[in-house]
Write a protein that binds this ligand. Structure first.
Ligand SMILES: [Zn+2]
Length: 418
């Protein structure tokens, strides 16, 4: 029995590394796959044959990619992921907006739609019903058979409980406890996941090898809210319920400024767009945060005012930098990261924030703990959440579905499309 279990494990591991090599580097001949994965020619032959039989991999005759000399001989057969093997639906839930994307097995987005809906005032059960109906409408519009959809992956702002499938708290909703996974799985009978949007950006950064994420990296997203994707030894850290690395809601000042989450003194209440705006306008700390995102033009004007010498604006950005810096100092003492990456729309004001941010790190943690730490910035596009959600979905398909065997995991509810 033991031998059988071991050989299954090896086979699964081999299938996964071949799929990952094709996903990261694109189509390749068998010889090159062997070199990339370190597997023997016999193993590559056997594994790729299984993957072709299971429909995950296809043979491509790519003569164009060969040199003139090679074209005269037998064309080399390239192997690539079969785009039609399975489809993934990615959903992004943010304040006032649902976004849908359909990606094929090669990770290419085939269709995408934005649906503005007034999330904030919606009762949880009303939102859940709307989520199901909009998902159904989107799937119908793509003309892809429901049985071809392997998974629905949802990314949401705020505390997304991966275990219960509920959005525990989010700036997108006034109410708490919004059911997501349950209603979608019940309606479509397709496996569904829920994750925090910042964690999905981190997944995307790893998958696209934007940076070397081999060690411990904290990616901090600055903007309307303050988020973090924490990568430990190359994998995104989600915590027990998916709420890991809620950097913006670490306490900065006990009983301090009012945060969107309802607590007082969170880091975000000082460092997010609304926090910076509130302090620049000298409004009281308990002024409720606006339910909607601060207009980027308003922030651009505030940045221009600070650069022009406006003392209140300068002080507000310095206060933000100090809040982020002390938060990072605590995290550095706890986790000893290799690298901190600052990303998001808020990095436009980095020149205004960075001096006080670095001063706070220096003040907050001894030199020995931060000597080798690198701080980098990375422009992060709007698409990184949907893109990262798809990337995470593809990794799940590679390692949990196609590494094991053929076909889609369940029979979807076809009658929904009838
Ligand atoms: Zn908070």
């Amino acid at each position: 029995m033991r031998g059988k279990a071991d050989s299954d494990l090896v086979r699964r591991q081999n299938r996964r590394v071949v799929l990952e090599a094709l996903r990261f580097d694109g189509p390749a001949p068998r010889v090159e796959l062997g070199r990339k994965t370190g597997l023997s020619p016999a193993t590559i032959t056997s594994i790729t044959m299984q993957l072709i039989q299971d429909g995950a991999v296809i043979e491509l005759d790519d003569i164009a990619s060969l040199s003139d000399g090679a074209k005269r001989g037998r064309p080399t057969v390239l192997l690539g992921l079969n785009p039609d093997a399975a489809f993934t639906v990615a959903v992004k839930i943010s304040i006032g907006m649902l976004e849908f994307a359909l990606a094929d097995f090669a990770g290419i987005i085939r269709e995408r739609v934005e649906v503005p809906i007034a999330t904030y005032e919606m009762l949880p059960e009303i939102f859940s019903r709307r989520l199901v109906s909009e998902t159904q409408r989107f799937i119908v519009s793509t003309r892809v058979d429901l049985n071809q959809i392997a998974q629905i992956n949802v990314a949401a702002q705020g505390v997304a409980d991966t275990r219960s499938g509920l959005i525990a708290w989010s700036p997108a909703f006034k109410e708490r406890g919004v059911p997501v996974v349950g209603p979608l799985e019940e309606a479509f009978n397709i496996p569904c996941t829920l994750a925090n949007d910042a964690n999905m950006i981190a997944e995307g950064l790893i998958a696209r090898r934007k940076l070397d994420f081999s060690g411990t990296t904290a990616a901090v997203f600055l903007g309307y809210g303050i988020g973090m994707g924490l990568v430990i030894d190359g994998a995104v850290y989600h915590g027990a319920t998916g709420a890991g690395a809620e950097f913006g809601h670490m306490n900065h000042v006990p009983s301090g400024a009012l945060c969107r989450c309802g607590r007082a003194g969170c880091l975000e209440a000082y460092a997010s767009d609304y926090g910076i705006l509130r302090s620049a306008k000298n409004l009281p700390d308990n002024t409720p945060p606006p339910p909607h995102a601060v207009d980027s033009q308003v922030m651009a004007e505030l940045e221009a005012a600070a650069r022009g010498g406006d003392k209140d604006a300068i002080a507000a950005f310095q206060k933000a930098g100090r809040a982020i810096g002390f938060g990072l100092a605590r995290m550095i003492a706890l986790l000893n990261p290799d690298r901190i990456v600052l990303a998001g729309a808020g990095t436009r004001a980095l020149d205004l924030i960075e001096p006080s941010l670095r001063a706070a790190i220096d003040e907050g943690v001894v030199a020995e703990l931060r000597n080798n730490l690198k701080i980098e910035t990375l422009p992060v596009g709007k698409d990184m959440i949907i893109g990262g959600t798809i990337d995470a979905g593809m990794r799940r398909l590679d390692s949990e579905v196609y590494a094991i065997g053929p076909a889609l995991p369940v029979e979807a509810k076809k009658e929904l499309l009838a």
